[in-house]
Design a protein around this ligand. Structure first.
Ligand code: AMP
Ligand code: MN
Length: 321
């Protein structure tokens, strides 16, 4: 029997075109994996378009093909749709409807919860990055891993493992990364672009967020808030909040870190945890999802209610660990 990567490779190769959609607020894994898959499709003679409802953060605009990512869903009906690490179809934002119009919908994900939508569900929670899964699909397609494809896949793996620092980094992850470096990719390039380059405004934003740090639950929860006013005053962009919640988790003794962002879509809550505390379980309480150590959800305000309800859910999770 064909494996899932083989089945997906066959579907992609035998169809005329594919729409590959990222999740809202796309990260390096989602963008890198989507662009790599699109390039492999094009090499196989399949027209592929990558869509991202929230565009491409500046950090990832160096990735090959990122300038061709569309932000408005197409009218054209694609034969294959690929939802890239969208735990539910709604995570594709404005592209969700275009995906449902595709004749075949493929759901590729590595988060701990997935709604199981689509004709083909390739859900592998052991993959450190969805880029690992896409690497297997591209190999099954028999397409050459060009330096550009390798760089996109490496960006996916480096960013979702926090530069090989998170517990999801497996021997397989490191071997895949080494293969990608052999194929022409560079870890240094990813690290330089993603972690070593920032705007001055984003550093001012970090300063404001860290200055407002609150410690609760006997030192086990660290949290802070970012409002539109703070973004305006610092000149930072919404995407500049990336990475801040991970900094809060660094506080000695903290088990769960929370970032509350007031956005037009509601209060976006980023969660990072360590040791036995499960970020995904906290997020699922409010209809979100993610991984054990990193998860999130969005819910309507007011902010004070969201903070109170979230802190209560975190304390419940901490009581059980
Ligand atoms: P973030 O805090 O945006 O970096 O997200 C951390 C992790 O949680 C990522 O793997 C996201 O894909 C996931 N995540 C964030 N928000 C949601 C949500 N509303 N539903 C499902 N997964 C989410
Ligand atoms: Mn991912």
């Amino acid at each position: 029997m064909a494996s899932l990567p083989e089945t997906i490779a066959r579907i992609l190769r035998t169809n005329p075109d594919a729409l590959i959609a990222c999740h809202v607020a796309p990260d390096g894994d989602c963008l890198g994996a989507s662009l790599a898959l699109a390039m492999a499709c094009e090499r196989a003679g399949v027209r592929a378009v990558v869509g991202s409802a929230d565009g491409v953060p500046e950090t990832y605009r160096y990735l090959h093909g990122s300038d061709r990512i569309i932000t408005t869903p197409p009218d054209h009906q694609f034969s294959v749709g690929v939802a890239m690490e969208c735990s539910s179809l709604e995570r594709a934002g404005t592209f969700a409807e275009a995906l449902t119009r595709c004749s075949t919908l493929i759901n590729i994900d590595h988060h701990l919860s997935n709604a199981g939508y689509g004709n083909i569900v390739y859900w592998d929670t052991s993959a450190a990055a969805v880029g690992e899964q896409v690497y297997g699909i591209i190999q099954a397609m028999g397409t050459q891993i060009t330096p550009e494809i390798a760089q996109c896949l490496l960006a996916a793996i480096v960013t979702d493992t926090g530069s090989f620092r998170y517990p999801n980094t497996s021997p397989k992850t490191l071997r895949l990364a080494a293969d990608l470096v052999d194929a022409g990719a560079s870890v240094h390039t990813v690290v330089e672009r993603v972690y070593e380059t920032r705007s001055a405004a984003s550093l001012r934003l970090i300063g404001r967020a860290l200055n407002n740090l609150t410690i609760s639950a006997d030192g086990r929860i660290a949290w802070t808030v970012i409002t539109p006013e703070v973004l305006r005053e610092t000149g930072a962009l919404p995407e500049d909040t990336t990475g801040i919640v991970g900094m809060l988790r660094q506080v000695r003794g903290v088990k769960v870190a929370l970032l509350f962002e007031v956005t037009p879509a509601g209060i976006r809550v980023g969660i990072r945890s360590r040791d036995a505390a499960r970020a995904n379980v906290i997020a699922e309480t409010f209809g979100g999802g993610g991984h054990k150590g990193a998860a999130g959800f969005t819910m309507p305000g007011p902010l004070e209610d969201v903070i109170a309800r979230t802190l209560a859910a975190v304390e419940k999770e901490l009581a059980g660990v």
